[in-house]
Design a protein around this ligand. Sequence first.
Ligand code: PLI
Length: 474
Amino acid sequence: MKKRSWAEPWKIKMVEPLRMTSRAERERALAEAGYNTFLLRSEDVYIDLLTDSGTSAMSDRQWSALMLGDESYAGSRNYYDLEQAMSDVYGFAEFIPTHQGRGAEFLLSQLMIKPGQFVPGNMYFTTTRYHQELAGGQFVDVIIDEAHNPTSTFPFKGNVCLKKLQHLIDEQGTDKIAYLSLETNVNMAGGQPCSMENIKATCELCHQHDIPVFLDATRCVENAWFIKQREAGWNDRSVVEIVRDICNLTDGCTMSGKKDSLVNTGGFLAVNDIKLAEEARNLLVCHEGLHTYGGMAGRDMAAMAVGMHESIEEDHIRSRVGQVQYLGEKLMDAGIPIVQPIGGHGVYLDAAAFLDHLPRDEFPAQTLAAALYLDCGLRTMERGAVSAGRDAEGHNIFPKLELVRLTIPRRVYTQAHMDVTAESVLAVWEHRRAVTGLRMTYEPVRLRFFQAFFSPLVGCTVLPVDTSPEVVAN
Ligand code: PLI
């Protein structure tokens, strides 16, 4: 049968106008933002690929649900609907709503980690590791080596290395291990999935040693899609069945609803152990809110319950991941160094290879994100040394992966936006040798990437060539 083009399973009902800026305006905005894309005003951004977190376009069904928000302080109807949706999709026994993912990470870390314990995980995530350390724990990376190699095309680069995990257990003993933190579709590795085979083997090994496994289910639906596409024997199973199969192997999860669940805010902790749930609810009321809203408004919970069900519709997830693949393939075809295979929620530029004339202490990824903004107002995010922060001795951590993430919000941008994005990356690629580095001039103590300031090492810009596009009608 002849292959046909496909399009998104939705049409656009409302638009949000975007402002086009001049190169002079962008230079000014970037300097005011200390060369940190987190500090730009969104009105100075044309295409915003900073994050897929909280940036989804909601459906008309979600907007309608919003109007049915029950804003009672206690026992909101929307809480029970969301609890039911979580049970339908993820299947855990106990549901604790939080304002967003890091609220759940705080609760889990405080309750499960004793000071001095280790928390193995398949690569760090910034807020997750922060909360583990705040509770006195120490993160240990047990992801497979392929995950640290941007050019490896291994299809499940999110997998846990069982040897590394066994080594930690043998060396430290089970009492020193709080739990295993298992992230699906590993963000810092480039949106790379874990295989079902590896999840099963990892959970078996942990449970043999009475080590609980907590899932970071933030992008579990995207991971399930990759299992369905890439892992032998899973193609006939639905995405929601695969999500349930993953969750059934674990003891609970933290979740940022701002990603897979297609809402602008919200999250939860879900566990099977009733006693742990009770302790979490006790802590929740001190930090987030009552256990029937946990920091969310009733209308937020209503929209999330609908979004959770929409997230597992196969046409949705095919088109969501398909759009990311479209952009990734365009960049790969043009010879741009990106993390392979193309991830589920974004395309990650290998900034160390892209700007291979810059030393790591001139922050190539931060610099590349700044240069991309200057070209046409494209906003991206550094995911390299600045995000990694400092080690216990205060030295800068230089992770193997020095990346710039082009993160695709769900249901927001069109194929033409993807084309413009690819052209922008290509324009900077063509002038990459002219790009000069940055130094950090202000460094916050915690999660420094959000608010750090930088300044150019040479002259007053990182991209001395004006690559601004001349816009033509097609
Ligand atoms: O931003 P939160 O607090 O709702 O969620 C924190 C969080 C936890 N785990 C993972 C894998 C994340 O990706 C995550 C947040 N990610 C952001 C903000 C991102 O831009 O990727």
